[in-house]
Design a protein around this ligand. Sequence first.
Ligand code: KIV
Ligand code: ZN
Length: 508
Amino acid sequence: MVKIFDTTLRDGEQSPGCSMNLKEKVEVARQLERMKVDVIEAGFAVSSPGDFTSVKTIAETVRDSVVASLARTTEKDIERAWEALRGAVSPRIHIFLATSPLHMEYKLRMKPDEVYELAVAMTAYAKKYCGDVEFSAEDATRSDLRFLARVVEGVIKAGATTVNLPDTVGYTTPDEHYSFFTAMKERAPSMEKITISAHCHNDLGLGVANSLAAVKAGVSQVECTINGIGERAGNAAMEEIVMALHTRKDVFHEETRIVTSEITRASSLLSRITGVKVQPNKAIVGENAFAHESGIHQHGVMKHRATYEIMTPESVGLGKSSMVLGKHSGKHAFRDRVKTLGYELNDAEMEIAFEKFKILADKKKTVYDKDIEALVAKEAVQVPRTYRLESFVINSGNTITSTAVIRMIKDKKSIEKVSRGEGPIDAAFKAIEKIIGRPLSLDDYQLNSVTEGEDALGDALVKIKGGDGTVFAGRGLSTDVIEASVSACINAVNKMIYAEKEQKREAV
Ligand code: KIV
Ligand code: ZN
């Protein structure tokens, strides 16, 4: 059995444009638990008060997976990690220290002996708080094997229960990685007694291949992220590792606990939250991963699926969009459907989602699971609505300058502003800027449809940059694309205001 250690909320969240707020992180953690991820790395508790709160909240929420926090090899980091984790059913402190000559000399400015002493001492320190301690030798694949083996033996003796040997800069190749783990197991025989882990980055596009080579060499844990998000070119993609192990059991002779039918949902949840789209040809979760375009392939699949299909769409949770509810459906049926789709909304959120569903069902002939999911997923990660859209009027055409009249509600007061712009969206966003009294730094704007058809639900994404460079992704849904865009912009504004308030609160 290979354990899946998911670091979407730590290594993944570190990548530009992938930051998430507390509600969003908890929703992702819930999904990871639902898919039976063995370990969820919830964050880096010491790095900011916000990270501390998310690790703590996730630790107190998740029951069936181990919850880990990253920590450097300092007493303060370890104490902070433990403070955040202590409410977890199964906590893990994950400490890391670099072992490669480059990192030791230029980054740490420490001699190898000092690195060894610190690694051992801090593993023992973490062990005082938590029985489950993971030690990561950062840049392990570029380390001297003799020295690395000495460190590994030392930390195992000091109590490490998992030793992770990351390919931090995505430099290794599959053959080399296989030999690396094989050699390490020989040089550090105590590794047999603990969990050995691989953590691969994707700089050369080899993250998944290297992880699988490590499995072949006998590692019992792989670290990865949903959709492969992460620093630079990202981390090894969880869905690809899991499905490779699942589909090619004949080669790897290994299994995971992952409920593979939850993969698509996890991928789209993350993508919806971060606003980072998955490339269409991405393995397993790309839009085209199971689409057979060529006539020959279609013909083959119709005769026998296995001709061109090595795994079924159903195995990753990609069912056909089914018509489920209509405008005559009641609250009970809606609540049931939401639950089946795996969302937990409180009464107030459910009320809002149901109201929105009714409006949608009035406009749209057929309401699909995908429509409901889009609606509900947005509600599940909703931040307090400082501003709400009351009404809008847009005037646009190819011979006139576009104008927008937007009316928004803040603290029960109605505020109306008018603006002109280069097209209807620009005019609307400028009116919103006037209402909130500050300029918006637009980072991205996209418009997609949730399902097909003339009356499809428009899904707008608006990304704005806050003062410190953090990107806030807002979503808006409507059969009217301008309304979807305006709502997405207001959603992004509300997220920015929420984050700023949280930061101020944490600083006090
Ligand atoms: O890539 C890396 O080395 C890491 C460690 C902190 C585990 O992310
Ligand atoms: Zn990493």
